[in-house]
Write a protein that binds this ligand. Structure first.
Ligand SMILES: [Zn+2]
Length: 87
């Protein structure tokens, strides 16, 4: 594999988990581990700030669009908990 891949560094930059490092972390190598659900693609990545991660790709990738704050708020209020129309 001669193509260097980059992932955005998933390291949290504050204690609240709202900000991520986000720098392009170089994938040093990729490998596959077998799990009960089948082969799991994993990688070792290192970002320019020195953050280093080693694990399944899906745990290393994150979506910028859905901010951590929004997803946290969603988990605080489960569906159907607030009865707005029923007073
Ligand atoms: Zn980083």
């Amino acid at each position: 594999m001669d193509r260097v891949m980059f992932l955005e560094c998933p390291e949290y930059m504050d204690k609240h988990g709202a900000a991520r490092c986000g720098l392009p972390a170089a994938v040093e190598y990729r490998y596959t581990v077998s799990s009960t659900d089948g082969p799991l693609e994993s990688a070792k990545i290192r970002c320019p700030r020195g953050h280093c991660f080693n694990g399944p790709l899906e745990s290393l990738t994150w979506e910028k669009d859905s901010s951590a704050a929004a997803s946290a708020e969603r988990s605080i209020r489960p569906q159907g908990a607030g009865r707005r129309s029923d007073r």
